[in-house]
Design a protein. Structure first.
Length: 258
């Protein structure tokens, strides 16, 4: 389907200037021919002719100077809007690029969190802990975790905490019972906090941050660790025992264990 060609349009300022110029020139020629007379005008000295023409065209010069000023303002306004559109497009492209980079980082950090949880789970349930999991079973879990299920040990740790949710002393033992377990809990918390800060820098609506905190297995374990550490209450449908630690006593417990 062919679209009709758009006709040439003239800015109303230019159209007004042309009309006023035509009227002014017509009045000037009428005055020159009808009142002064062309022969008398030509017979005037050159200086007087120049003064006459200067006075006749001065209003036109001022008129077009004003019109040019407003046309320039319009052009500047148009260019400013175009620049703003380009800046917005550049910001969107930058944000899109940063989000792509973040999601690539997210997959790496999830593997790191899974590895931290794996060592932590081994410390609790492996040979140095309750010995509920043998070396062979742990090796099979590591294989599954390394072949795509990087949140396996995170879920294992969350399940372990939920199983003992009514026993505050057991939760304290699981997450802070030894120096190694305390280090794993702190590493998990610090790594997850860094991930949240990166999410805030690329997510203006907090959708990614909320998804990490409320919709991921790592977020669940993160909340459990904070609860057991006495740093924040655990807001879940599963009721956990009150933590042994509080913000005031957490530092004392850490020093006693050290």
């Amino acid at each position: 389907m062919e679209h009709p060609a758009k006709g040439f349009t003239v800015d109303w300022r230019i159209a007004l200037g042309l009309i006023l110029t035509t009227v002014w020139m017509t009045l000037g020629v009428t005055y020159l021919l009808g009142i002064v007379g062309f022969s008398a005008f030509v017979a005037l000295p050159t200086g007087e002719i120049g003064s006459f023409l200067e006075g006749a065209f001065a209003p036109l010069a001022f008129l077009w100077l004003v019109i040019g000023h407003f046309m320039q303002q319009k052009e500047i306004s148009t260019n400013t809007k175009a620049i703003q559109v380009q800046e917005q497009s550049a910001r969107r492209l930058e944000m899109h690029s940063r989000r792509d980079s973040y999601f690539k980082l997210l997959s790496l950090v999830e593997e790191q969190l899974g590895a931290i949880a794996g060592f932590h789970f081994t410390s609790v349930c492996g040979p140095t802990g309750t010995q509920e999991v043998s070396q062979e079973e742990f090796a099979d879990m590591r294989t599954n975790a390394s072949t795509g299920d990087c949140t396996l040990f995170i879920r294992k740790m969350s399940t372990l905490a939920i199983t003992h949710r009514a026993d505050a002393h057991k939760l304290e033992e699981i997450f802070f019972g030894t120096e190694i377990r305390q280090r794993h809990s702190n590493n998990f918390e610090n790594t997850f906090n860094k991930l949240l800060r990166e999410a805030e820098s690329v997510d203006t609506d907090d959708m990614i941050r909320n998804a990490l905190l409320r919709g991921s297995s790592a977020g669940m374990l993160y909340h459990i660790i904070l609860h057991v550490a006495g740093k924040e209450p655990l807001d879940t449908s599963v009721t956990f025992a009150p933590p042994l630690r509080t913000p005031d006593t957490a530092q004392q417990i850490s020093q006693q264990q050290a």
